[in-house]
Design a protein around this ligand. Structure first.
Ligand code: ADP
Ligand code: MG
Length: 318
């Protein structure tokens, strides 16, 4: 059987959307999901909306022929959820826009959906709409996620203060070994940390620790920071990469992108408390401190300060 007659083998845009719609549950905030011109959402509490979008392109953020459509779906949703985590929000709904290569467009869309669905279910995110296109170009997928703030409010990049401690939620570097395709959004970690202490500033590490911490410093009014070389947790993947290229493991941890751990700035006393009793499921590594003087420095074991040149990923400068 072909076409809309066989609901598990959609052949056109509308039967595909029907297929997606039948696989999609509707949660607490969704008044109306897929099927109309707009979705209708209703906040479940007295909160602010968080809105974020991220676009992924074949050949740039993934390689479809190598990674497959499920990985694309997982990553595309994961990176967006990571942005919600970075504001200490609760994700609510997602809309998914795809430009599908014409050949195998429907199978691709189903594969992407299969990769996305478990992550959406895990964090209670409703798929409430999207846009489906096919063309002769490569796969492009853009997801927009809406989230809500909790009673504690959103955590911005702009609240760091001199003397604050800088912590990260996990080991860094070497995500190109494959981890970059399976971003684990630190949503529960962010909420647990935000519950346990007032977080002054937060960002998810997508471009590299040095570069992303740089955004916090800039947004907080042009501050600086010192990172302790020995304190930065190194991911085993960074060691693997370091063994085959000429870069140090620390260079990988500072500058590799797509770790999707959180970089969090808190008062020094709160950092000590969080390290003594990390609020589950968050891991907490103290890596340095905020200073009033601008500039990012690495402090070696013998106390020497070395300027860090952020070389994180920048799409417009390569
Ligand atoms: P319109 O032309 O009015 O924008 P569409 O025909 O593009 O509507 O979409 C019909 C419905 O299907 C809308 O509710 C839209 O949000 C949803 N939709 C389209 N593509 C997708 C997709 N890839 N994933 C989820 N929902 C989708
Ligand atoms: Mg319309």
């Amino acid at each position: 059987m072909t076409g809309p007659l066989n609901p598990d083998r959609p052949t056109g845009e509308f039967s595909l959307i029907d297929w997606i719609r039948r696989k999609t549950g509707v949660g607490r905030s969704t008044v109306l999901g897929i099927g109309d011109d707009c979705a209708i959402l209703r906040p479940t509490r007295d909160s602010d909306w968080l809105v974020t979008t991220d676009m992924l392109m074949d050949g740039r953020h993934f390689r479809l022929d190598h990674d497959g459509p499920e990985a694309v779906g997982f990553k595309a949703l994961g990176v967006n959820l990571s942005d919600i985590a970075a504001m200490a929000g609760v994700p609510v709904a997602a809309v998914v826009a795809v430009a599908l290569p014409k050949a195998h467009a429907v199978e691709l869309a189903q594969g992407i959906h299969a990769g996305m669905a478990p992550l959406a279910a895990q964090y209670g995110v409703d798929l409430v709409g999207g846009d489906t296109n096919a063309w002769d170009g490569p796969l492009v997928i853009s997801i927009t996620v809406l989230g809500e703030t909790t009673a504690r409010g959103a955590v911005r990049r702009s609240g760091a203060m001199p003397g604050d401690a800088i912590v990260v939620t996990g080991p860094l570097g070497g995500s190109l070994q494959g981890r970059h395709l399976r971003p684990q959004p630190r949503l529960l970690e962010a909420l647990a940390l935000h519950q346990a202490a007032p977080l002054h500033a937060m960002i998810d590490i997508s471009d590299g620790l040095a570069s992303d911490l740089g955004h916090i410093l800039e947004e907080s009014g042009g501050l600086g920071a010192i990172l302790d070389a020995d304190a930065i947790p190194i991911h085993p993947d960074a060691r693997i990469l370091s063994a085959v290229d000429s870069r140090s493991t620390l260079d990988h941890a500072l500058n590799d992108g797509e770790d999707f751990e959180l970089c969090v700035v808190v008062a020094p006393d709160d950092a000590s408390r969080l390290i003594k009793a990390p609020p589950s499921p968050a891991l907490v590594h103290r890596i340095g401190e905020i200073r009033a003087e601008p500039g990012l420095w690495l402090r070696t074991r013998d106390g020497q300060l070395i300027a860090i040149n952020a070389r994180g990923f920048d799409h417009l400068h390569e």
